[in-house]
Write a protein that binds this ligand. Structure first.
Ligand SMILES: Nc1nc2c(ncn2[C@@H]2O[C@H](COP(=O)(O)OP(=O)(O)OP(=O)(O)O)[C@@H](O)[C@H]2O)c(=O)[nH]1
Ligand SMILES: [Mg+2]
Length: 255
């Protein structure tokens, strides 16, 4: 019989993942907004830093740690890039659920309570934010990128035969056991898409909530437009892979 993904029966608390490269006040505002609304549900905020994280960002992380103590955990990544940061963080998460977002304010931290409520009501599902449904949107998104994004979403919704409208926005809450059971491949930004399509192929239910994307006001993205074409490769490969091959040999352990 085909192996199945491990089920999650309840929400107890959430590990919030915040990757940081060049954010300062955006990071602090993200943390304070989350704790202001949802502290009782937060197991820890796991900040992931890299060799290239700026000294200004590292200083803000240290200040947060001094101010908030155990609520802030810091991990220095070994694998490279954004996917590498998230993959290591998935294995360190201790909450029943793991929330993936950014620290540049492009993932509106005011939506965190809604994501937590969705996870509490549907603990075995993924709740993800969509910019393409009523109530969602884009502010300051380049128009060529916007058109390409829409075409990409429609194409892959058809290929995966799903009603989901936004499969590439990296703002979502997962059952932690699920993300620890999957065998991840990507290291760069296509990882963000991989975190939705692999669960879809495993039969995980995915719920969408509306959200507005706003361009960051400090620092710069680590992604380049040309690299967006790499999303096609993982999109097609995962569609063709047998679902049981998407799981690690030993669930919950490093593969
Ligand atoms: N620790 C760590 N954080 C990263 C890395 N790359 C990006 N980040 C952070 O992850 C978040 C999202 O990355 P961005 O580079 O802004 O990418 P994006 O907004 O998803 O992509 P675009 O829409 O193409 O701009 C930001 O808070 C970044 O600072 C990385 O290699 N390591
Ligand atoms: Mg960004």
């Amino acid at each position: 019989m085909a192996r199945e993904y491990p089920r999650t029966e309840g929400f107890t608390d959430v590990t919030v993942l915040l990757p940081v490269m060049n954010e300062t006040y955006s990071l602090v505002q993200t943390v304070d907004t989350i704790l202001g609304s949802s502290k009782k549900d937060v197991r820890e905020i796991l900040v992931v830093v890299a060799d290239k994280t700026t000294p200004e960002s590292l200083a803000e992380v240290e200040k947060l740690r001094a101010r908030l103590g155990d609520l802030i955990a810091v991990h220095k990544q070994t694998l490279p890039f954004l996917g590498g940061a998230m993959r290591e963080a998935f294995d360190l998460a201790r909450g029943s659920h793991t929330l993936m977002m950014a620290s540049d304010l492009e993932t509106d931290p005011a939506l965190v309570p809604k994501l937590i409520e969705a996870a509490r009501a549907n603990p075995d599902a993924i709740a993800t934010v969509s910019r393409w449904v009523e109530g969602g949107g884009f502010h300051g998104y380049n128009s060529v990128k916007l058109a390409s994004n829409l075409v990409f979403q429609k194409l892959f919704a058809l290929l995966y035969w799903t009603r989901l409208s936004d499969m590439t926005y990296a703002y979502r809450i997962f059952p932690t056991r699920l993300v620890q059971a999957i065998r991840w491949e990507e290291l760069r930004h296509p990882f963000l898409f991989e975190t939705l399509i692999k669960p879809l192929r495993l039969g995980v239910r995915v719920i969408e909530l509306p959200g507005v994307w706003r361009a960051r006001t400090e620092g710069a993205s680590q992604n380049t437009f040309a690299r967006n074409f790499e999303y096609f490769r993982i999109g097609v490969r995962v569609r063709l892979a047998p679902p049981e091959r998407l799981l690690r040999e030993q669930q919950g352990k490093a593969a």
